[in-house]
Design a protein around this ligand. Structure first.
Ligand code: HDE
Length: 708
């Protein structure tokens, strides 16, 4: 088979395979599950119209029984998730490092299914809570399925898998009252943190902006554990996996995240769904950090310790391919809920290390699918089914789909020519690592340093990122009731940084640390800060505030420019329906104030038209919209009379375009205004630049004075 044939087979065949399971019901007669047509479904069969329901009503019994059994157990962690299909292409052959087939040929498109998730909340919880995000990818390769089960934070809470139930029990809602949902801001979690210093580094990340992503499309992914690449010659390299979003890494602000949890709990999943439907396909580059075997001990941390990351400045991330997500699911349950990931689903060329967290994971994932998906045949569920054929002697079990032909289900055999036969050459061969040691329940001493990388991370944060971490401590630990635990947090984080501990103490009513703090680490890793990430206006969402009497040419010019830059717009007004401009032309309103808020947008634009703006000036909702967007450091644009709304909103310290000047653009603190301008081109260009910035932290002082 040539490459072109393989490409088209790979690309199409997962969708074709799924298509054989898809069912259309449009225009069809209603039937039972035995395909018997039903003549009436709104009343159960009764003895008389007011009499008892009859046992023989098989339609009633089947309908209700199926309904009663509709739910399966939610995932014990990562219960809330959202998935999409796509494909992956490698940039160049990676044969020097790995024999993995899907990492060799740039012409091959390997189908993938990705599920993004939160960790702590239950299935119905909000998207925008402070939490780690899961980022799990299933590659349907020619050589079988490979799962890269990653998170959006490069390190983990604990070092050994056996501690996982403890940390999860501590962070989940407290067992006596099931409060709070999807939040770490409670006593049991911080009690555990104070008792378990290995969490310190992860807490720094969890309280950083990484834990409230703006979008699944704007998150990095990290394999966290150390894996191996194995090439044809059997040579091993240590590796860490990364996903780098082409749109950069961007976050919400905490106030926004909390409000979104009420106003749109589906904020992140809706964003992904809408982007894919709009053809604005999310893209992520696959990166690897590659380490020679002989460099295993070359660092001041243990490379098998999952509470440490490999600084990109020391071990560069090599981008080796790109994933594009281009198709939403047809059915949430069948695909997103039933997909089963497992870090132990590897293909030849990818292998494990002795990272004790990874070793724990290798047991847990298969085990959990057995209970969650009801038995050992979950690999036959369409979303989990490999493209490569399956041949083995595993048989039977709940919900078996395959009709295995013949009488042989054992090996060796003579009745079937001794097949299916292990393939010594091409079969998966575990890396022959030499292992020696006493059986002990102990951790390696090289895992003992819990604070130095936490300081390193803290040093890497910009001032605003540091402030957000401190604010997050004030929220999280401020919600802890037990005073000893609060003090314990201050004392624990004094090990990381003295100033940080002092700031924490101030916000939560605890004593500042009595000992000098810190680890003495002064180095930093610019790569972990979000300040210098990719900045782009593409696929951002802008609210246009308008009412009757707006200026049609003005607003449509701005809308056109935004559209050309791939920026999406929605018209927001008091009422839905049509708005009429000064010259009688109309535009439809997408959202009313009751159904949306500035928190749903990346930027806002107020257009001109005397009557339109005079109406907005009397709407508290419009003024609040502007103020709140300003507080959240978002780009704000206004043209002509629209600038009057910003003046009324009194955006602190922001000069605005003056009515007496001709077409002079004022662009300060991310607020872009112009008056007396007929051509909106110049304004639009500057406004788009401001949107691309994502946040205007330069507004820090002024925004804190806004009461919104
Ligand atoms: Fe998981 N993890 N995990 N985890 N994990 C699960 O498997 C577990 C860890 C991650 O979208 C569970 O199918 C243990 C690290 C993701 O379906 C469960 C340990 C990382 C997902 C499980 C870890 C992850 C899971 C629950 C410590 C980042 C969601 C449902 C030893 C690299 C996958 C399930 C999806 C899911 C166990 C640590 C990522 C219980 C025991 C580290 C993205 O098996």
């Amino acid at each position: 088979m040539d490459t072109e044939q393989r490409t088209s087979i790979q690309e199409k065949s997962k969708q074709e395979q799924l298509a054989t399971f898809r069912a259309e019901h449009d225009g069809d007669d209603l039937t039972t599950n035995q395909a018997v047509r039903v003549n009436h479904t709104d009343d159960a069969l009764k003895a008389g119209t007011r009499g008892p329901t009859l046992m023989e009503d098989f339609h009633f019994r089947e309908k209700i029984t199926h309904f009663d059994h509709e739910r399966i157990p939610e995932r014990v962690v990562h219960a809330r998730g959202f998935g999409a299909h796509g494909y992956f292409q490698v940039y160049e052959p990676m044969s020097k490092y790995t024999k993995a087939k899907f990492l060799q040929d740039p012409a091959i498109k390997t189908p993938v299914f990705v599920r993004f998730s939160t960790v702590v909340g239950s299935r119905g919880s909000a998207d925008t809570v402070r939490d780690v995000r899961g980022f799990a990818t299933k590659f349907y390769t020619e050589d079988g399925n490979y799962d890269l089960v990653a998170n959006n934070i490069p390190i983990f809470f604990i070092q050994d898998g056996i501690k996982f139930p403890d940390v999860v029990h501590a962070i989940k809602p407290e067992p006596h009252n099931e409060i709070p949902q999807a939040s770490a801001a409670h006593d049991t979690f911080w009690d555990f943190v104070v008792q378990t210093p290995e969490l310190s580094h992860m807490i720094m990340w969890l309280l950083s902006d990484r834990a409230i992503p703006r979008s699944f499309r704007m998150m990095e992914g990290f394999g966290v554990n150390t894996f191996r690449f194995i090439n044809e010659q059997g040579k091993s390299h240590f590796i860490k996996f990364h996903w780098k979003p082409t749109l950069g890494v961007h976050s919400l602000v905490w106030d926004e995240a909390q409000k979104l949890a009420g106003k749109d709990p589906d904020y992140n999943r809706r964003d992904l769904w809408d982007a894919i439907n709009a053809g604005q396909y999310p893209e992520f580059e696959l990166g690897v950090q590659i380490l020679e075997e002989q460099d295993e001990f070359a660092f001041d941390f243990d490379i098998l310790d999952a509470t440490k990351f490999w600084p990109e400045e020391q071990i560069p991330v090599r981008k080796i391919g790109k994933m594009t997500l281009n198709r939403n699911v047809d059915n949430f349950f069948a695909e997103t809920e039933q997909v089963a990931f497992h870090p132990g689903h590897v293909v030849s060329g990818i292998d494990f290390t002795n990272d004790p967290l990874l070793q724990g994971r290798l047991f847990s994932y298969l085990d959990t699918q057995l209970i969650r998906l009801g038995g050992p045949n979950f690999h036959e569920i369409p979303i989990n089914k490999p493209l490569a054929p399956i041949h083995n002697n595993q048989r039977d079990g709940y919900h078996r789909m395959t009709i295995d032909h013949g009488r042989v289900s054992y090996f060796p055999n003579s009745l079937q020519g001794n097949t299916p036969l292990p393939n010594e050459q091409e079969g998966y061969k575990h890396y022959e690592e030499k292992v020696e040691g006493k059986k002990v329940r102990q951790r390696s001493e090289s895992f003992n340093d819990h604070f130095r990388q936490a300081t390193f991370f803290w040093n890497s944060m910009s001032l605003i990122e540091k402030q957000h971490i401190i604010d997050a401590f004030h929220f999280e630990v401020g919600n802890v009731v037990d005073k000893n635990i609060k003090q314990g947090v201050v004392d624990l984080f004094n090990n990381v940084d003295g100033e940080l501990a002092k700031q924490i103490a101030m916000g939560i009513g605890a004593q500042p640390p009595s000992q000098p703090g810190g680890t003495g680490v002064t180095a930093s890793s610019p790569a972990v800060s979000q300040q210098k990430t990719v900045k782009s206006a593409y696929s951002r969402k802008v609210a246009i505030l308008m009412d009757n009497g707006f200026n049609y040419p003005e607003v449509t010019q701005v809308m056109e420019s935004l559209k050309n830059a791939g920026v999406n717009t929605e018209v927001v007004s008091k009422y839905q329906g049509m708005l009429t401009s000064v010259d009688g032309r109309q535009i439809e309103v997408n959202k009313n104030y009751a159904g949306t808020g500035s928190i749903m947008y990346d930027a806002i634009y107020v257009t001109g038209g005397r009557q339109c703006v005079d109406t907005l000036l009397h709407q508290g909702d419009a003024i609040h919209f502007v103020n709140e967007a300003f507080k959240h450091a978002k780009a704000i644009g206004a043209t002509n009379e629209g600038v009057d709304l910003l003046a009324t909103a009194q955006l602190q310290g922001t000069p605005l375009a003056d009515p007496s000047t001709y077409a002079e653009l004022v662009n300060e603190l991310g607020v872009v205004t112009i008056r007396n301008a007929a051509d909106m081109g110049y304004f639009s260009g500057k406004f788009i630049e401001a949107i691309a910035q994502h946040r205007h932290w330069i507004r820090q002082q002024q925004k804190d004075m806004v009461p919104a």
